[in-house]
Every structure is written in C-alpha cells, then in structure tokens.
Design a protein around this ligand. Structure first.
Ligand code: GLU
Length: 257
C-alpha cells in the first residue's frame, strides 16, 4: 500500500484568494491525518493566461500561510514534452484527433447538446478526417487542438472535449492526469468546480494505463454575497488580506483550520 500523497495545484493566472487557501489547507490537513505527503504543482501550461510573476507570488503566499510542501514543486511549463508524449500515445490509439476548426466554425456547426460548462457540443467536423489527411494538415503547420472521443464513455456529457491546444500551451486535462501519475498522487482534493471534469480525467487515465487516485471535491468558499470567489475578487486575495493586517493564524481560523 503506497503512502498517501496529496497535492495542491494552482494555476498562476492571478493572485491566490481565500478559496485557494481553503483548498491548500484542506489538503494539508488531510495529508497530515493520513500521515502522507503534500506536494505543490504549478499548472501554468496556458501561456496566454499564466504569468511567471503570479507563480512567484503564489509560492510566496503559500509560504506566508505556513503550508509545508515537499521540496521541488513541479512547474508544468517546464515539462511540455511529457504532455506531448501522452498526446502522441492517445493519437496512436485514435482516442483523440486533431481539430482544425476556428472558433467561428465550431460555433457554426455545434450539436444540440451542451457540456457541463454550458458550451455546445462540438459538431464533429474533424472527427471523421482520415489519419492521412489529418497528418498532412498537421505537417502543413495548420494550428490545431486535440479533441477526445467521448461517445459511449462516462465523459460523453462533454461531447468531444478539447484537451490540448499546444500552440498556446494549454493542455489542462492532459497535464493534470499525466502529473498526478508522475507525482504518485493517491488523493486528489479540489473544488467542486472541477467535479464535472473528473470523468474526462478517469477516461484519460484508463486510455494511458495510469492509476485512478481517490477524488474528493470540496464545497467552494463563497464571498459575503454567496458568490464563488474568483481571482479577480481582489478584496479576498491573500496579498490584500495580509496588507490589511490579517495573520496566517487568523486566516486559518476563519477558514475553520
Ligand atoms: N489548476 C487547477 C485550478 O487552479 C486545479 C487543478 C486540479 O486541482 O485538478 O483550477
């Protein structure tokens, strides 16, 4: 029985807020109770939204909160070759296909169903391209994303969901699955906003022959008006609270730890 390994995996596209603090502290508590390890991972594959200054700020905020992570956080933008290898494997299995559609083409040919995020299902224009045509389009350097074939699986509510757009870096679904396995994560503890994505992750794990961690999705911390906190909610950023004189002990107590 491997010892328990938990992780906190923020995306550095803004400053951390109380919601992140709650998730990190819950992971810390569960790891401690299980006598396990707590790892940090910076999910910065989306180069259009993530910035190195936010990565530094994020690590500094977590340090200030006093959360002890195992050394050497994994920084996803340093490991694109691992995600490309997984994408190649999935392409060999024909479990994914390259999609060359523009946003406009996607909108014009949408299917009637909607995914859990409220986006219309992809109409399937590129799903039936022969491998030969798909390969030659890719060789001609046409920008493309990768879509996962989900029909008949537990992830079907997503339609053929986009799992990577490597020309902009973003590959959340693939990177999260590859890294949870590489880091030996046994317990994924994260917000309910990611619960609907879990069938995508389970399907990718099955296709890639990776183990399933145990999943726990916690309720999201809300602001006074009952809204989910977002990084744009600067008033609850840890940096702002710190500037107002909040101590790590007070933040822990306020969040119930
Ligand atoms: N990086 C994701 C986020 O900040 C979390 C991914 C995960 O916990 O699986 O929303």
């Amino acid at each position: 029985m491997p010892s328990a390994r938990f992780r906190f995996a923020p995306s550095p596209n803004g400053r951390l807020h109380l919601g992140h603090a709650y998730s990190a502290l819950l992971n810390e508590q569960m790891a401690r109770q299980a006598g396990g390890a707590l790892l940090l991972r910076i999910e910065d594959t989306d180069q259009t939204r993530c910035k190195p200054e936010f990565t530094h700020a994020c690590i500094a905020d977590l340090h200030w909160l006093g959360i002890a992570f195992a050394p050497n956080p994994r920084i996803q933008s340093e490991h694109f070759e691992d995600y490309d290898a997984a994408l190649r494997k999935l392409w060999e299995l024909d479990a994914i296909y390259p999609c060359f559609c523009s946003r406009k083409q996607v909108a014009g040919h949408a299917r009637s169903g909607h995914d859990p995020d409220g986006q219309p299902h992809y109409g399937g224009t590129c799903a039936g391209l022969s491998r030969e045509v798909a390969e030659s389009k890719m060789a001609a350097a046409e920008q493309h994303g990768w879509r996962l074939r989900t029909a008949g699986t537990d992830a079907a509510s997503w339609g053929d969901v986009m799992i990577a757009k490597r020309h902009v870096g973003s590959c959340y679904h693939i990177a999260v699955v590859v890294d949870d396995a590489l880091q030996g994560i046994t317990h994924v503890v994260r917000g309910q906003d990611l619960q609907a994505a879990t069938p995508i992750h389970l399907l990718l794990q099955d296709l890639l022959g990776l183990p399933h961690p145990a999943y726990h999705h916690h309720a999201l911390v809300q602001d006074g008006a009952g809204r989910k906190l977002a990084k744009s909610a600067g008033d609850t950023s840890l940096a702002e609270l710190r500037a107002e004189g909040f101590t790590p002990a007070r933040i822990r107590a306020q969040l119930g730890f």
